[in-house]
Design a binder for this molecule. Structure first.
Ligand code: 5GP
Length: 111
């Protein structure tokens, strides 16, 4: 069965989109942890970081460039966190690679 993010990519579920190109989609997290909480995902089906290959290097780089662009657009360039949860022990609940772009308030410790 398709996971939630694949369904969003395919237009089967709505999202609050903030960026899209042929390879990448970014949208607001449904349960934001901070005033700005955006998820940046590849359209390619990749479960998480341990699943990426050398062929994905450019895609991952582009995802970080999108994060940079969005950090400026949402005026959090002076302080934000960019993170990805990999696997159950890290709290990954959706098995589709995603970067969390989090900011807009003073952030606490990571773990
Ligand atoms: P994870 O814990 O897997 O790194 O993070 C998954 C994130 O996806 C969570 O922050 C959660 O709030 C968000 N999320 C789960 N379902 C949906 C959804 O249907 N729409 C949006 N926009 N975010 C979602």
């Amino acid at each position: 069965m398709k996971n939630v993010f694949l369904r969003i990519i395919d237009g089967e579920l709505p999202c609050d989109k903030v960026f899209e190109n042929e390879r990448i989609l970014a949208f607001k997290d449904i349960a934001p942890a901070a005033p700005v909480h955006i998820l940046i995902i590849p359209k390619k089906s990749i479960p998480n970081i341990v699943s990426v290959g050398k062929e994905d290097a450019a895609l991952l780089g582009e995802m970080i460039l999108v994060a940079n662009q969005l950090a400026h657009e949402f005026h959090i360039q002076d302080g934000f966190r960019l993170l990805t949860n990999n696997g159950k022990n890290a709290g990954q609940i959706i098995d589709h690679l995603h970067l969390h772009l989090i900011g807009g308030k003073q952030l606490g410790p990571i773990a």
